[in-house]
Write a protein of this length. Structure first.
Length: 172
């Protein structure tokens, strides 16, 4: 775990990221595969989209600035984290996922820990996170990173109940 780090998405990891996306296809996880399939169709356009989301440039109406990072273990992409510069209702500031091929190995804890360090640099003092109430792994990851449960909310768009957490990064 000492060789883990976050990088901004880039061409150096193209083959590894393509394998990452295909792992979701292999497990029939349509939600995440659809999120990443553009990388398989046109990697450069995919990178451009991520770059544009990290700036105010060409940001679609109603979207917030989002910095995306890839969790790298040695030379492989094992996770993706998105840090939204503003809280989004039912999604919070941070969303992350770990490759289906790499789960239950401690990567989830590490990706959130590293993302929190980046959130401080962005200027976020109190991070809001959510997870499906049935997602025990994510619940444990958030709580292990000092997440304090704020309560339960209902996401009408996804038709699911979520736990809502806060992690205070800066003590006043």
């Amino acid at each position: 775990m000492k060789d883990l780090f976050l990088v901004e998405p880039n061409k150096i990891y193209q083959k590894s990221f393509e394998n990452y996306a295909l792992a979701y296809k292999k497990t029939n996880d349509k939600h995440y595969f659809n999120k990443y399939k553009k990388a398989l169709e046109n990697f450069q356009d995919y990178l451009s989209d991520l770059h544009n989301y990290s700036e105010v440039k060409d940001l679609p109406q109603g979207e917030v600035i989002t910095s995306t990072f890839w969790l790298i273990d040695k030379k492989d992409v094992v996770g993706v984290v998105r840090i939204r510069h503003q809280e989004i209702e039912c999604a919070g500031h941070i969303g992350y996922d770990i490759s289906p091929d790499c789960r239950n190995r401690g990567y989830g804890f590490q990706i959130l820990k590293l993302a929190l360090e980046n959130a401080i640099k962005i200027g976020i003092e109190d991070v809001i996170l959510t997870c499906n109430i049935n997602n025990t792994a994510s619940k444990k990851i958030i709580e292990k990173n000092n997440g304090k449960l704020l309560g339960t909310i209902f996401d009408e768009e996804e038709n699911e109940y979520l736990y809502k957490y806060s992690i205070t990064l800066i003590n006043n």
